[in-house]
Ligand binder design. Structure first.
Ligand SMILES: NC(=O)c1c(N)nc(OC2CCCC2)nc1O[C@@H]1CCC[C@@H]1O
Length: 325
């Protein structure tokens, strides 16, 4: 007969696994009703046995008591912004600067969809999610750990005792945005103008139960401090993140030349309308980490990355933000 503690731990492991399958792999392995039944069994066990409380139990995802305010967080390494490109030629000019700066002709790149959400930093200690913060001004952000714990695609535990900080973009999928605004319109409340504002507004709620209802999601795109992992390239870093159950966008692609990058950009300029989340461009990064080091940074952004911005769509909206187009 398993002890209460063993029963609680076994339930937590199962629910973490089902959650990963559902939110990260988009591959549910049990019916939602079964997941909910197990979660409520765990809630009851934890209420009856507070001595076994744990702040990375799946039950924290429903959100606890509201905060009175957000604590400030200093980012160990600044969360930088990106230089912009608007035309294919801007990308070719940037590629030439990269080649001049490194003295290399064989520079390969990684292309990532530029997710239009809220940039966040996630810190894991001994494989546990211990802190999440907004980008803020790049140096100082706000501690929104309790709200980020409600995001199903953010693992509360990693499959190994890793110590790392990763960065990514939290976003609200289109379907959730439309449902949220429909509910707000129903209640005569002000609507969110776009999914980015809805995601930011949801994460900056002091009441985590509100964030938990907003069906937010995340894509992670960089490791801020790969303490001793000895990674050589950005695409290896992304593979390592995936091996830690972290959600990385599946459209990310390694490109052998700037012409391949331009082909990727032109493909997604059209294809992005079929995605169920907002993008506002493509982020292109030099793949080699040693070459990134060599190129370094300007005052506010890396020389080894650039954002190709898609033209902002002219959307007719009424005063309260209902799109007419
Ligand atoms: N929004 C994104 O999808 C995205 C991305 N895919 N990759 C990066 O790489 C960072 C790391 C090096 C410099 C920027 N940044 C992104 O967004 C950030 C948020 C704030 C400034 C950039 O837009």
């Amino acid at each position: 007969m398993a002890s209460i503690q063993e029963t609680i731990e076994a339930l937590r492991d199962k629910l973490h696994h089902y959650n990963y399958q559902y939110h990260v792999l988009d591959n549910p392995v049990i019916p939602d009703a079964d997941y909910d039944a197990m979660l409520h069994e765990l809630i009851e066990l934890e209420e009856n046995h507070p001595e076994y409380q744990s702040d990375d139990s799946p039950t924290v995802r429903i959100g606890g008591e509201p905060l009175s305010n957000f604590v400030k967080v200093q980012h160990e390494t600044p969360m930088l912004s990106l230089g912009n490109a608007f035309h294919d030629q801007d990308l070719r000019d940037w590629d030439q600067r990269v080649k001049n700066g490194t003295g290399r002709e064989d520079v390969s790149y990684v292309c990532e969809l530029k997710i239009d959400g809220l940039a966040v930093s996630l810190t894991y200690e001994n494989g546990r999610f211990v802190r999440g913060a907004t980008r803020g001004d790049g140096t100082t952000g706000e501690d929104i750990t309790v709200n980020l714990k409600t995001v199903g695609s953010i693992p509360l535990r990693l499959p190994e005792d890793a110590n790392l900080e990763v960065r990514g973009e939290v976003f609200m999928p289109h379907g959730s945005f439309q449902k949220l605004n429909a509910a707000k319109e129903e209640n005569g409340e002000a609507l969110f103008a776009n999914p980015r504002n809805a995601a930011a507004g949801s994460l900056r709620q002091l009441d985590p139960k509100i964030a938990a209802r907003r069906n937010l999601d995340i894509f992670l795109y960089s490791i801020a401090n790969d303490r001793g992992k000895g990674l050589e390239s950005h695409h290896e870093a992304l593979e390592y993140m995936k091996s830690l159950n972290l959600k990385v966008n599946k459209e990310t692609k390694k490109c052998a030349s700037i012409e391949d990058v331009i082909a990727y950009v032109n493909h997604w300029a059209e294809e992005r309308k079929n995605l169920n989340y907002e993008t506002d461009g493509i982020v292109i990064k030099v793949d080699s980490l040693p070459l990134q080091q060599e190129l370094g940074y300007t005052a506010k952004s890396p020389r080894w990355a650039i954002a190709y911005k898609f033209p902002a769509e002219e959307k007719m909206t009424t005063l309260i933000g209902i799109e007419l187009s």
